[in-house]
Design a protein around this ligand. Sequence first.
Ligand SMILES: Nc1ncnc2c1ncn2[C@@H]1O[C@H](COP(=O)(O)OP(=O)(O)OP(=O)(O)O)[C@@H](O)[C@H]1O
Length: 449
Amino acid sequence: MSDLTTVLEVAGALGGVGGFGLGYAKVCAPRVYWSLVGLPVTWGRFTVRYRSTMDVCGLTVQPSRLRAFMARNIARREVQPVPPKIRRVRGTSTGLRVSLRLPAGLEPADVAAASERLRHAWGVHSVNVVETRPGVVELRMTGYDVLKRVRMPRRIKTGPMVVPVALREDGTAFVRDYRKVPHGLTLGANQSGKSMYQRNLVKGLAKLPVGLVGIDCKRGVEQTAYAPRLSALATTPEEASRLLDVLVEEMESRFDLLSVHGVSDLWDLPESVRPVPLVVLVDEVAELFLTAAKKDEERRDRMVMQMVRLGQMARAIGIYLEVCGQRFGSELGRGATMLRAQLTGRVIHRVNDKQTAEMGLGDIAPDAVFAVTAIAPDRPGIAVAGDSSGGWSRIRTPETSPAEAAAVCREYAHLTPSLPALAPFRPAVPAEPASDDAPSLIKPQPVTD
Ligand SMILES: Nc1ncnc2c1ncn2[C@@H]1O[C@H](COP(=O)(O)OP(=O)(O)OP(=O)(O)O)[C@@H](O)[C@H]1O
């Protein structure tokens, strides 16, 4: 009897420790908890309840006459409504992916409309529906809130101008693919996470063979730290205006090069003559539009016109715009909405009013405006990313400190291209912070080629 009691006591203790361990893992290591407990349970629940869930969620169709006829003659049983056919079920470290072939009569929008009901039925955190091919959708379920503590997936599709920046709420990576969506706009109120987003972007871009050009008219407070990796930096509207003129000249000379080689796109040029792609990072865009005196208006108008020209034509010659600000509407002045229309890669953080959310997404993904207004103030970094296809998703960047981004820029400084036209704008490089002393500035070496 005492042996049995001991065994029960040990089993109880182990159970308690195990239960505590699982409870701890659920809160502090949700990925581990999901892999050990959530995934098998959800997979089982999905398998057992699939047909009935699809039925009650209105995701079944009446069988075809032929099927009904065959069923009557062969099986002699009542014919059931038909749910989408399961093609593949795959567990991931964040959730469960199910690929479904839709029967005639169901469309992806029907499944998307039922995603909230499916989420409750299978007890998962979220269900996102993505059309992967005509007639095939993928249900991307997440077992826990992956945006709470962001960890980027280990395997991410890369490409010559592809930068992983953030995590989507379905557990996949959100990437900026400049060849697909050449120009981007990031909006958000104070403390919404714009700088963190830019930091992640710069950290990714710094590792690619591209030239980075900074325009930061807040006296360079954000972008000076990236100096080792910047080919040019403008910190005042006057400098920005001159830099934009140079970029437009660069664009024109690149077009001449394309015409000499009889191609219409930078990426069609032979590698030996292909100029390096440039990403122009504009921080706090409103600073470029604001004018204190009448005499500044002419410069402002010219600057906006140059940016609109770059927005309209520079994709073909590999110059991409990445603009960031708090608001971007017609109140900024002439040309603002024309420029905004060119910036189709939109990332909108928490904003102060619905009107700003509409400025950001109303023209390209109107369904996403509500999602922006619903971003909670206590979750900085959450944003809604939309593009001109009308699709959108909720994203969040991993936390990256300014020191981390600056360190990556220093590490990849050797990739900074020497562009003679931009040499006058090459920023001074802050010395590596060795102590708590204020960083000193080292003047850049003159560009020789
Ligand atoms: N992805 C994120 N995850 C966690 N915390 C974040 C994230 N993004 C931003 N934050 C936090 O939110 C705060 C504000 O972020 P950030 O400075 O990027 O905002 P901002 O929009 O650039 O603000 P401002 O316009 O005032 O400069 C910071 O304390 C930052 O650590």
